[in-house]
Design a protein around this ligand. Sequence first.
Ligand SMILES: [Zn+2]
Length: 378
Amino acid sequence: MYSLYLYPWDAAGSQMAGVLGRIAAAGINTVKVAAIYHTGKILLTANSSARVRFPEDGAVYFRPFSEEWHNLALKPPISRLCATGDPLAEICAEAPRHGLAVGAWVVCLHNRAITAARPDVSTVNAYGDRYPHSLCPMQPEVRQYLRGMVQELAGRPLRNIVLEAAGFVPFRHYSYVQVEGVEVGDWENLLLSLCFCEACVRELPGMMKVRALVRAELDEFLRTGLPRNPAQAADALKPVLSARTNAITDLVRLMSETAARGGKRLSVIASGGPADVLTGIDLAKIGRYSAAVDFAYYDAANAALDGQLAAVCAAIPPSCMTDLLLRPGFPDARSAEDIGDKLSIGRKIGLANFSFYNYGLLPAQAWEWMKQAIAESR
Ligand SMILES: [Zn+2]
């Protein structure tokens, strides 16, 4: 099975039937359509009506209809694209005519529109600085919002609900120009990513002591600019990191049970290793509540793919499928063979599901490479 990620604006209005027909003709079975998305500056190759797009920040691309949604304390804005219709519903209605299923692609904890209205539910670091790009998943209202989002979507004719940013959203993040006068390594990024909001202090073990430790470590790093040896402090953080992972697992469980009541299943996008302490996404744990993991391998070289895929497949339980998520064009592929080689590595390890990112970013040439790789891989 092959899936393709799709922005709703690339299949809006009169272009919808043509776009979905083109996707189906390339051998794709499912489109994963953004139901909510963040802003950015996106250079679109496949959409001749708009070449550069600045999407509305944190907006949803469907018209919510449930009473529960309207009662949520936190709600993202509704996109201007919904003024004249319901892009997600319209794609769901048209897709079966082309033999396509639809997944709803949901960006969960990265939402600056919600934190602009409610800064108190954002992540706050050991110094008290708030991160507008990052909703804290320990906040009860954030959890209720995500549950409400899944409930709203579960009533629609979807194959599945695909979660992006389902774990803690780190300090270092693509949504900003990173301006740093010191070299922030993995350890410092982790320390700067830990949240000390009221909910985290209340729910996670020993957070007052942890905050003092994190501040001491960061103070020294910011004074010297030299990397720290995490050995001693890392031990002290273990209970907190473990509790954060359990909280993310529980959030995925909550969303999974909500989706199941509407007959829907979850997929979770993951790009870290099998157990990522930075986000709290542990594939062995969330795999119990998720039907699939979309494992993003965004790399031109194939050298690490075999090992990483084997580790992911070994970690997740047999009931959860691994879907290999690839970029079939720039900067990862320059030919159909480049894509075909990755598909072959996936197939050798036993994978049957592959996803590509994403329709609006692919030039015609890369489209042909993807199509050829799919045809030759069958
Ligand atoms: Zn928090």
